[in-house]
Each structure stands twice: as C-alpha cells, then as structure tokens.
Design a protein around this ligand. Structure first.
Ligand code: DGL
Length: 269
C-alpha cells in the first residue's frame, strides 16, 4: 500500500457516486476505486446477514485493488455491517451514518430532527442512537422511503411521480416541523430539489457525504496516508451489472465523463 493507492468506495448501486462527488471536491488529488453493486441493489430491503455477506465480498474485491482506505458510501451497509467489518480489515474504514448524525446535531435549532432512509436503515434505529449519543435534547422522527431508490436508479430525478412519492412519504415529517432532515441514503441527495420544494426553504437538508469526506480527510491525515503526489487523480469504476446505465447515471452526478465501467463477478469474491 502506497500514499498514492486509491480510496475504495462502495455502495449498493449508483447512489454512492454522491459521495465520490464530494471526495472529488474535498480531496481532489486522491485516486478512487468505486464499486456499485448494481446487480444486487437494493440493500435496503435485505437482512443484516445478506448485507454483511455482500459487503465482505466487495471489500475483498477492493482489497485486490490495493486500496489504502475504505468508504462505505451506503447508509444501509454502514448501519447493518460496518461494526462487524471494522475489526476484520487492515485499512481504515469509515461509514456515512455517524458523520450524518453529527451534522444533524450541529445544525438543528428547534431540536426536531428528521431522518429518512431505507427500511433497513430506519429499522436499525442507528441514526436515532448516534444522535442521542451526542445529545438527549432532541426529538428524532424517522421514515423509511423505499421507493426513492428505484426512482433515482431510473433517473426520475425531476418527475411528477417523484414529487408524488415525496408528498406521500414526507407529509408526516412536515407535520412534525423538523428543521433538519438527514438524507440517510446516498441516493436521496439526487432528489434534493424535489424534497426541498416539498419541505420548504427553512428545512436544512443534510447530505452526510460532506461530513463523511471531512472526517475521511482527517482520518487519512492522522494515519499519514494522504496522497502527496500532484499527478491528476485517477478514478476507476466497477459495477456488478448494467455498465451502460451506470455511465449514463454517473454523467449526471459527477463533474467528469465516465467512459468505462468494468463489470465484476462479485459473487466470486
Ligand atoms: N444507497 C443505499 C443507502 O445509502 C440505499 C439503496 C439500497 O436500498 O440499496 O442506504
């Protein structure tokens, strides 16, 4: 492992590219290897055992790329698998849930925090737990929004169907008068506009990618593994299925054109 080894980033699909976008902003000279488990998405309706098995396979794959750190760019995997994964691997690893919880606590003024995520993330109660570890003085309202993921994967970012689903899922949340809403699934920042339109300008939408990347940078600095090279960063993209759909999507999310996605037989890892 070298200073210029890549950071490994993974998600159940393309949503984790919102985290890669943030890494490109805050850590512009770090190389990145991204894996999206597009053949097995969604993780949000699967059991802990399954998500753990999938995450282990992906980490074994990323380790073959000699990564120096791993970002679990999936709230579901961060919620269900990260605690078990951490002691199993030899490189620093970070998830998106704890940083998202921290950001929510620092931004709320009314002490009413909303959290939206997949069924598995919400059911795990992990956001509420982490938020409460930081302060007892808040109310946390959570809601699973399972259909947001396929809407995003289908690219329906600005669409009447998405607006209808936002209305259906978030009406209760709106009634609770939350002033901060954690987008607790890496797909959701892509429908920020639809959520903002519905919740109103006064509700702060929290994308955990920002704080996660900040913490990643600190962690890498402490470990002495920040890339010192000034060569342009190299980005490699891997998925378990659907290369064409992946590239179309990546072009919408990233500030660069992705011309190649390598398909990996992830079951063999
Ligand atoms: N992107 C994943 C997350 O952040 C959710 C998508 C899925 O259900 O697989 O939780």
């Amino acid at each position: 492992m070298e200073h210029n080894s890549a950071i490994g980033v993974f998600d159940s699909g393309v949503g984790g590219l919102t985290v890669v976008r943030e890494i490109m902003r805050q850590l512009p000279n770090e190389n990145v290897v991204y894996f999206g488990d597009t053949a097995r998405v969604p993780y949000g309706s699967k059991s802990k055992q399954t998500v753990l098995k999938y995450s282990r396979q992906i980490i074994r794959f990323l380790m073959t790329k000699n990564v120096k750190a791993i970002v679990v760019a999936c709230n579901t995997a961060s919620a269900l698998a990260l605690p078990e994964l951490r002691p199993e691997i030899s490189v620093p690893i970070i998830g998106v849930v704890r940083p998202g919880a921290k950001m929510a606590v620092s931004l709320t003024e009314t002490k009413n925090i909303g959290v939206i995520g997949t069924e598995a993330t919400v059911k795990s109660g992990i956001y509420t737990r982490y938020i409460r570890e930081l302060t007892k003085e808040v109310t946390v309202v959570s809601k699973a929004c399972p259909l947001f993921v396929p809407l995003v994967e289908e690219g329906l970012l600005e669409d009447r169907i998405t607006d209808d689903m936002v209305d259906r899922y978030l009406s209760e949340m709106k009634a609770y008068n939350v002033d901060s809403l954690v987008l607790g699934c890496t797909h959701y920042p892509l429908i920020t506009n639809a959520i903002k339109r519905y919740m109103g300008e006064n509700v702060k939408l929290i994308n955990p990618a920002y704080e996660t990347t900040k913490e990643l940078k600190n962690m890498m600095r402490e470990e002495g593994i920040l890339n010192q090279d000034s060569a342009p960063a190299v980005y490699e993209f891997y998925a378990s299925d659907g290369a064409d759909k992946f590239t179309t999507f990546a072009d919408r999310v990233l500030p660069m054109h992705v011309d190649k996605v390598n398909i990996v037989d992830i079951e063999s890892y």
